[in-house]
Design a protein around this ligand. Sequence first.
Ligand code: AMP
Length: 332
Amino acid sequence: MGIRILVARFGALCCALGRRKPVGFVGLWAGLVVSLAIAYSPAQAAGLPLVISATVADLRRFTKAARAAGKRIGLVPTMGALHRGHLSLIERARAECDAVVVSIYVNPLQFGPQEDYRAYPRDRKRDEELLRAARADVLFVPGDEEIHRPGHRTRVEVERMQDVLCGRSRPGHFRGVTTVVMKLLAIVGPDVAFFGEKDAQQLRIVRRMALDLHLEARIVSCPTVREEDGLALSSRNAYLGPEERRAAPVLYRALRSAAAAFCAGESGAGRLVDVARGAIAAEPLARLDYIEAVDGETLEPVTVARAGTLIAAAAWFGRARLIDNVTLSMDV
Ligand code: AMP
């Protein structure tokens, strides 16, 4: 942005000088050459510099200017340790918005006391490189004290939806997610916020929250990015040992076998779940946490599966708790 404005100003100055021959004539050509050199420099081709912002005030200076310039702002909230799944969200944001804000905040509120908050993978330097390559505009990296003001008392809850599926094994998890996602939406004020289908329950809960609280941000879902063998990309895949990594694709294979049974005419939700459960049970390194068929919007349990029904599962492979899901459709 800055460079483009500079180039435009330099060009205008040279044009003005160009009217005063002969000095101006030389200046005009020199200006054009320099402007083109800057406009097509490697730095420009690689995208504009990534603005890194650690405070709400700083971030808002950027969003205020972007809004004043008529730009559509996209937000991609993450916990860092970026992979191709995150990058697909950023790519989508780039395609739909003029300014892309990516947040990295490992949110302590969404981790239980026995969970992996401390061990959660963090690699700021690599994340920054990936964000530059992905042409994100701003990296927002708030500290805890920036997200939660002194004396804070507010929590956001989406009743019922937060207590099923992962919410059953991770009490308080979604309350932590919605509280912080709500704060990020309030801080950034995006036109669009992007979330992955991989975290199907989170996506539905955030959608419900945005609807219930009359938020203006549109919530966009992006398909799950997978390894070649079907394993959904996740920052927690880093915890897998070689044998566990070999075993982990069983989760998606099992979900796919349930989806295939649905396509073949089985509509009993319990029977579909049993198909997937059987496949996971056959893998000795997998320890199933849950598998359930639920309504694709409300997350209420269903007994009869139909197109749009969500089958979601979580399983442990060593110390990695992995989640995955499929949405049933007749053409899987
Ligand atoms: P996380 O950093 O795990 O909190 O994820 C940040 C965002 O990236 C969430 O909206 C996730 O659903 C999304 N995400 C994570 N993994 C994937 C994936 N494999 N494919 C697509 N989106 C993903």
